[in-house]
Design a protein. Structure first.
Lengths: 346, 326
């Protein structure tokens, strides 16, 4: 963990997509920061806005079809740049160099017609002057670093000759070839088997230390988060509902959604023959978000909040501890009870 | 104990690989399932786990004779159904059903929920008491769907609700056995628990046996009574859940369990972890000897030449390994 100045600072970011059915508010009022050497995990279900937020940071939304407001500063050596308001050309030159991204599906993220080496050299040559030989040398170096055996031979092979885990290693090599300061990994191990997953997670962590990167790990797997994250943002229906250190989230969760989520997953290391504690219902539509708290319809503690506040007022992300924030109206005394109540059902 | 509901004896399913084209020649075989023995009793859940390509899905489908087995026997309720023709299989079909992984692909988008859930009755020519419509609505209610939505189409439902439709369809004829192939892996975490709980409640209610095929060991641990661990078509280890998860004896099981992330930062970061090197070898050309020897940290010469047989090493605990863990 580091206490230095954050590399990425996101402030009040909103992303919405106009559709025929109405405005999809994919992420709203998002603020967070990550420093170099730090790992921020973003967890949430599909449609909670975790990918949309990071694509906005990467400047990968089409500015004509997405409505984006707010700020996202990259604190570069030359000074801070807001990637939301900056010229597209400026953002393009930051992509792959200052910030980089790995995607979920290594099968479709690589071009099937070009050799692995070709694709790596392409990424390298965007920011480096040098001959094709230099590029290839660097590509082999990177493949070696991410643990591809016989890298000098395999550099000329094509994606279909690589297994899923190996392709994800290639993606990592490609993302890191220009020494980025920020790496966003969007579900990097979801498509992989669990034994390969642990290889890739270890690799990502090693690479983070090697390059001293700020790392944003997007995932729905609470096990993966517990293992790698310094800090965690829990997202629900487009908003951060809780944010804190991994210890805060796992041992002192404050939002009923986070409490419910942690209690709803079976654990491989605990042999218990008890029922799972499911969260009833399903997430709301992002077009017709309910008034007040988005989680209210599924929250069993809403009626303990005085004055029907959950139905009328959207809760703000309030400070609960040193670096622990939660978006819930429930008073502290009721929260303690809620934690015990849900935990006791197991 | 009573007679097992389903018994497999040395079940094998091999797929030929061809050179392609109209006059394709058989080049080799993929031994997707290569000798699985299993006994399952009413009300029991057997978890079938392993990484992609280990043959767990093929095994599940072969059990229901959705694939014709290459070798071995399938005995259902005392009857050998291995070689029955599709026509003769029909009466057995109502007793064994399947729940599929992808709730988006497994429901016909042009049929209403009502006709999807009514299909088993029509196929089997059964009219339930009170008529089909009433029964479909009762089923919908039972699995947690609103019976008023009987005329809606699958796209109007969320993933979790669609999986409930799949469950309603599977239990319509009150089967004795359900093969569930990754039934919750496409669902979000908060919805997974709902569907797992539903499956458990239905099992208690109808005393059904489940063969639960999944790669998520946490879910399998939760739902199963017994667990079979597969690797490249072969059974590596089979034991009661408690034995298997608290005291795995096969190196592969041990590595697999240690690789599952635990949602607890203190435990997750300090837990001993065995990181297996490399990937699953190709099932077209599996390694000689023990199929796991290329990734096993205990492998010796014997493992590269001699195939370990599945042997009993404790009450109800079997493993295929020359050098089991203590």
């Amino acid at each position: 963990m580091t206490t230095n100045k954050p590399f990425l600072e996101v402030k009040n970011l909103n992303v919405a997509f106009p559709t025929e059915d109405g405005l999809v508010k994919a992420s709203s009022d998002i603020s967070f920061s990550v420093a170099r050497g730090e790992t921020l995990a973003v967890v949430g279900e599909s449609g909670s806005g975790k990918s949309v937020t990071s694509l906005a940071v990467m400047g990968l939304h089409n500015r004509r079809s997405a409505q984006i407001s707010g700020q996202a500063f990259l604190n570069l050596e030359s000074g801070p740049v807001d990637v939301i308001s900056a010229d597209e050309e400026v953002v393009r030159k930051l992509r792959g160099k200052a910030m980089s991204m790995i995607f979920q599906d290594p099968m479709s993220a690589l071009h099937p017609y070009y050799s692995i080496g070709n694709q790596l050299v392409e990424a390298w040559s965007l920011y480096n002057e040098g001959s094709a030989q230099d590029g290839k040398k660097r590509a082999i170096e990177m493949l070696d670093l991410v643990g591809i055996p016989a890298a000098s031979k395999r550099v000329d092979e094509y994606p279909h000759q690589f297994s899923g885990g190996m392709r994800q290693r290639v993606m990592i090599a490609m993302a890191l070839i220009n020494n980025p300061s920020l790496l966003i990994a969007d579900e990097p191990t979801t498509a992989l088997d669990v034994t390969v997953q642990s290889q890739i997670l270890k690799l990502i962590r090693d690479m983070q230390q090697e390059f001293n990167m700020a790392l944003i790990l997007i995932t729905h797997d609470l096990g993966v988060v517990a293992e790698v994250a310094d800090r965690v943002n829990v997202m629900y229906a487009g908003k951060i509902v809780e944010s804190g250190s991994a210890e805060d989230i796992y041992y002192r969760p404050d939002h009923p959604y986070a409490i419910g989520l942690l209690n709803s997953i079976p654990r491989v290391d605990k042999l218990e023959d008890t029922r799972l504690v499911a969260i009833p219902g399903q997430p709301p539509s992002l077009i017709h978000l309910p008034q007040g708290c988005s989680f209210r319809a599924r929250c069993e503690f809403a009626d303990r909040v005085p004055g029907n506040l959950c139905a009328t007022t959207t809760p703000s992300l309030d400070q609960k501890g040193a670096d622990h924030f939660s978006r819930c109206h429930l008073p502290e005394s009721e929260l303690v009870k809620a934690r015990v109540e849900i935990g006791g059902r197991k | 104990m009573t007679q097992p509901l389903l018994k497999l004896e040395g079940l094998k399913k091999h797929f030929p690989t061809t050179s392609g084209g109209a006059f394709a020649k058989v080049k080799g075989v993929v031994k997707a399932v290569d000798g699985v023995d299993l006994e399952i009793y009413p009300g029991q859940t057997i978890g079938l786990v392993g990484e992609s390509g280990c043959g767990k899905t093929t095994a599940g489908r072969t059990i229901l004779k959705l694939y014709e087995p290459t070798e071995g026997k399938i005995i259902f309720n005392g009857d050998d159904i291995t070689d029955l023709s599709p026509k003769k299989m029909k009466p057995y079909r109502s007793q064994m059903q399947m729940i599929f992984q992808d709730p988006f692909a497994s429901l016909n988008p042009r049929q209403t929920v009502g006709s999807l859930i009514a299909a088993p009755f029509q196929i089997q020519g059964v009219t339930p008491e009170g008529g089909i419509v009433a029964e479909v609505q009762r089923l919908m209610k039972r699995v947690g769907l609103n019976p008023e939505h009987i005329n809606r189409y699958p796209h109007e439902f969320s993933g979790g609700q669609r999986q409930r439709i799949g469950v309603a369809r599977a239990i319509a004829l009150k089967p004795k056995l359900i093969v569930a192939d990754e039934p919750v892996s496409a669902l979000d975490v908060s919805i997974q628990a709902q569907v797992v709980n539903l499956l458990e409640d239905l099992q208690d209610e109808f005393n059904m046996a489940y063969i639960f095929v999944a790669h998520d060991l946490s879910v399998v641990q939760h739902i199963s009574d017994r667990v079979i661990v597969m690797y490249l078509g072969k059974v590596m280890e089979e034991a009661d859940k408690r034995d298997l998860f608290s005291h795995p004896r096969h190196p592969y099981t041990k590595a697999l369990l240690s690789a599952v992330p635990v949602p607890d930062p203190k435990i997750g970061r300090t837990r001993e972890r065995i990181i297996l090197q490399g990937d699953l070898p190709s099932p077209v050309n599996p390694p000689a000897g023990c199929v796991f020897n290329t990734r096993c940290w205990k492998a010796q010469d014997r493992c590269r030449t001699e195939v370990p047989q599945l042997m009993q090493i404790g009450t109800n605990h079997r493993i295929a390994c020359h050098f089991p863990e203590e």
